[in-house]
Design a protein around this ligand. Sequence first.
Ligand code: PEP
Ligand code: MG
Length: 880
Amino acid sequence: MSEKYIYDISEGDASMKAILGGKGAGVAEMMRLGVPVPDGFTVTTAACVETMNNDGQWPADLKSQIADGLKRFEKRTGRVLGGKDKPLLVSVRSGAVVSMPGMMDTILNLGISDDTVDAIAAEAGNERFAWDCYRRFIQMYGEVVEGVSSHLYEDALTAMKAAKGVEQDTDLSAEDLRQLVAEFKKISDEALGGSWTTDPVEQLNRAVDAVFRSWGNPRAEVYRKANNISRDLGTAVNVMQMVFGNRGETSATGVCFTRNPSTGDKGLYGEFLVNAQGEDVVAGIRTPRHLSEMEQVLPEAYHELLATMKRLEDHYKDMQDLEFTIENGKLYMLQTRNGKRTAAAALKIASDLVDEGVIDKTEALRRIEPSQLDQLLHPAIDPNHSASPVVKGLPASPGAAVGSIVFDADTAASLGERGEAVVLVRYETTPDDIHGVLQAQGILTAHGGMTSHAAVVARGFGKPCVAGATTIKIDPVAKNLVIGDRTYTEGEVITLNGSTGEVFGEALELIPPRINEDFQRVVTWADEVRTMGVRANADNFDDASKARELGAEGIGLCRTEHMFMAADRLPAVREMILAETPEQRAAALEKILPMQQNDFEGIFTAMKGLPVTVRLLDPPLHEFLPNQLDQALKVQQMELTGADPQSLAAERQTLAQVKKLHELNPMLGTRGCRLAMLYPEIPDMQARAIIRAALAVLEREGETVGVEIMIPLVGLETEITTQRGIVERAVEDELAKAGKHLDYTVGTMIELPRAALVANEIAKHADFFSFGTNDLTQTTLGISRDDAENGFLSHYVMDGVMERNPFESIDIDGVGQVVRIGVEKGRSTNEALKCGVCGEHGGDPDSIEFFQAVGLNYVSCSPFRVPIARFAAAKAAMGE
Ligand code: PEP
Ligand code: MG
């Protein structure tokens, strides 16, 4: 038997969403419950998918199944499509499995024709109504199904209004509209070279096909990409009897939610319009009225609607988003679905439903979308705006920023200090810009990826950042910024959305972050369920405090190199890196030790009682060095202007050093423990600073942190044995000198495939592994992130060569496999080995699910993602 492509509405139910789509399944379920819905049938998503996979050819018997479905439909309603007597009018609407509002096409009033229009007029007792429906149908069908250009119809309508001397469509009489229909038919037939059909059955088939095609239209493609919806799902098509909200003063149409989708509050939330069709509500020509006013106008239907709302919410045990139409006082429900909601509303509704005894805590957690919680943790753009972005870059650091454009860090810093809101716009940022970054509301760069300096620093400070907006042109000298064909000068205000990468050429309203009681309450339920720990990546007091406030159970990665990016420290760090003799290096390290200790004391004070993993220096060296070209130019300039010989000599020496240390691939160069292997004084100094800080905090606060010292970028067993030796000797020496005892552990980052492959050897010398999945992704895939995100990677994702950006969500098959090998091999020789992750994937819900599956003990992510990780870890534990 061939596949069943057509389901009468009475044959479906809520569980059949995958084949009937959300709308089809919702209407079927309502019919099953006895809620009034229009009759009809649904063409399955499978029919769409097969058509799509077969170059637009329908499955062999789809047409005959539609014909049979239509016959049954006609029998039930006692009406006939195209029938002269009691004509059937239908709507044809798309209905995907996951709702994609407004992305696909709808055709209303199908079945109206020269043969049926009089019967429709007679039945409605309103000739004008019938001719109005007819002209609307021709236009909608012509545009959506046959691709006739809309302006042809619009022009004819305008000409008609001018000829009759009226302004509004509603001022045209039945006779005017009859003439307009004749005109529209002529236009359509001419546009199609004579192939315009007036047969309603043929029109129905073509309309179904048009809905299939609309699944592939560009805006639907974009929406799916943005929401990770698979193209393979296809859309269903719902063919339903028309009900008219525009039959006069006892008819209406509207939309409502069973709870407020912005706040989650209980109460009436919805809008309606008397004597209108659904499109009138959406089109915004007439202002809809608040639902509560419907009690006055249509009291019976109003009370029935309220009862239906309650009934549907009780049934689905969740907030519903409903569409309804009232035809001559009779209520019909056209759609019910779980309503989209803000993060704040999601938490409130989940929490309230638990109180109301409708769902349990586990179900409440299932309802929370962890990645959506981001909204709560940063100021966000008020969603009630109608602005379009002028450009889109990478969503490098979430949150929203409004401020006037500045092109250099000094101006940003000085204006920012004065309390002015500025957005720092740079080609890319360097450590020298940090003061400007700190004082800016947000950062926009033309270059650099998600781990670019600007991005990392911005995330660290919770500053919104849009990076790598490659199409913008910045002229820092002329102080202007060109986006598209508009030029912005310094001082003009723009808005950044670091959560989406969007940039707006104007000031938009922001709404403050909201961590409220509902959040606190629901997140503790997540903590009860999850089995993985959640830590934060933080390298200063403020971040550590924030992380703790947001529920971090420790620090999983304290990057020590970041401590040196501040302008006042960079000279000492450069001195250390550029040192030519052990003596010079020792002198520079002497200067650095107290700064380092001071930073650690801040962090340890914030985190006392909890574990802190401090990673020893992992510098891509170039991040600390002057740019070679800049330095060469500086020297040249000094030579030309005859600068004093001593300064010139110093700058020349720096240039020579920069040249000497220049690396072609710094990401694969003297990074991680490699520098420490060359200069053991560095890890020695760092270990001492850590221990001194831990002891100082113990002394002062009566409590300190669990000290965990981490060696970066290890690939060889000898590297870990050597480094562990250096660290242990320094720590023991410090403790002996202080006459104190302190428990501490030493572990390593796993950031290279080799480290995972020989993890059984490395684990013999490590108390813990922390998977650095940022580097592990680069080294496993052989992709330099910054180069890739500015280049081919976005094309790969756009073209579907790669489903997701592997730096955002872990590549489970490749990098994930390496992590799994690392964990298994590591634990094969060291049963007690604690394993965590501190790459950015530690804050990504999908990756967290995977980390749960491979048995990691904890995830560590940026402070602002900690709440997301707590929820995601709970969901991962529940899924197991
Ligand atoms: C990593 O590589 O995943 C990591 C955490 O280290 P960094 O991002 O500092 O290179
Ligand atoms: Mg790394």
